[in-house]
Design a protein around this ligand. Structure first.
Ligand SMILES: Nc1nc2c(ncn2[C@@H]2O[C@H](COP(=O)(O)OP(=O)(O)OP(=O)(O)O)[C@@H](O)[C@H]2O)c(=O)[nH]1
Length: 346
């Protein structure tokens, strides 16, 4: 993982917000698998930091400390905002948030002027400390006040998306998944391919996960239910843990300390309610995870049907993987052409 302060690619996410809002914690939990409780001891960030994550797209996540004055003349805010794909503003919902809202509209006004294509995303964060009713009230109030401030600034057409998040549950992964997906230019084709896979494989729900962060970079077009997301995300951890277990015993038996060069990972698990979880390793640190429901009454017919179905799914997923590779190759090609024309990232 590379430390870098500025990036010129448009797959850059800029994390902003007042001090102690939770920016560093979000980065650590989502991208570094830190346990949420360990973020209690994080020190305040003093200067801008940026990290790169290689997935289906190459993503830079840049964090600006809460106390930095971006608008002072020595700071090149124009260059910064013009190179960013998404501005993620974190609001601490457990704290008094009026100052944060004033700060947010000031930033939106500037960012939108410099870069009208920028996606503006607001995390109403730390909702774990709020009751269900209070969450909804806070969301309504924040959306209303932001809308009013933007209206006063003559920016009523600016699209702002709001998410209720916490690092203590899956809401932060769900929000980041949606934010990252907006930066993937091939998303409509990917969704189309996943819809085709679902239609021809009796799959209920399918996700294309980034294995390290558990962000899903694409899913089929049926609605996402957070429990299905959780089950699928946890299945990745279980598969990896078991895979490491076998790898270790394999290596012990071989007296070999290096991992052996193995086939891609595939894992199938039959759940007690008759549903089946299916995982197949893809390219670039991605895994396809699908939930297949089996509603047949008779259990022996169920098992033989499921075996047949899994053969079909294996074949279809293989076709999906080939298309994904082709898509990625041509996306790389586009970047290479842009670079050759002098339009690519410096
Ligand atoms: N309850 C709760 N606390 C959180 C959550 N996210 C972060 N925190 C806590 O908020 C505090 C501040 O978090 P940081 O990540 O350091 O905040 P920051 O925005 O990076 O702060 P600066 O570096 O000062 O700009 C820490 O004690 C975290 O444990 C959350 O979802 N829920």
């Amino acid at each position: 993982m590379e430390q870098k302060v500025e990036s010129d690619t448009n797959a850059t996410i800029l994390l902003m917000g007042l001090r102690r809002g939770g920016k560093s914690s979000i980065c650590k939990v989502v991208f570094h698998n830190m346990q949420p409780l360990d973020t209690l001891y994080l020190e305040s960030t003093l200067k801008p930091t940026s990290e790169q994550f290689l997935s289906l797209i190459d993503l830079s996540v840049m964090e600006l400390p809460g106390q930095l004055n971006y608008f002072e003349p020595t700071y090149d805010s124009e260059r910064l905002f013009s190179s960013v794909g998404a501005l993620v503003y974190v609001i601490d919902s457990q704290d008094e948030y009026l100052n944060a809202l004033t700060n947010l509209s000031m930033i939106i006004e500037y960012a939108y002027k410099v870069n009208p294509q920028i996606h503006i995303e607001v995390l109403i964060h730390k909702i774990d400390g709020l009751s269900e009713d209070y969450r909804m009230d806070a969301q309504r109030d924040i959306m209303q006040r932001t809308g009013d401030e933007l209206l006063d600034l003559g920016l009523e057409g600016v699209q702002v998306s709001f998410y209720l998040t916490s690092i203590f549950d899956h809401s932060i992964y769900e929000a980041f998944s949606r934010i990252v997906q907006k930066l993937i230019t091939e998303l409509p084709s990917l969704e189309n391919m996943l819809d085709n896979l679902v239609a021809h494989s009796s799959i209920d729900k399918v996700f294309l996960f980034d294995v390290n962060s558990k962000i899903y970079v694409a899913t089929d077009s049926s609605p996402v239910d957070i429990q299905t997301y959780e089950v699928c995300a946890e299945f990745i951890d279980i598969t990896i843990d078991l895979d490491d277990l076998y790898l270790e015993s394999e290596n012990k038996n071989n007296g070999n300390a290096q991992p052996t060069n193995r086939n891609e990972i595939r894992s199938v698990s039959h759940l007690s309610n008759g549903s089946v979880l299916y995982l197949k390793q893809m390219i670039r640190g991605l895994a396809l995870v699908a939930l297949i429901r089996n509603d047949e009454e008779n259990s022996s017919a169920k098992d033989s049907n499921m075996d047949e179905l899994l053969t079909v799914i294996d074949y279809n997923v293989g076709c999906f993987k080939k298309s994904l590779m082709k898509m990625w190759e041509s996306a790389k090609f586009k970047t290479a052409v842009n670079t050759a024309n002098g339009n690519g990232s410096a």
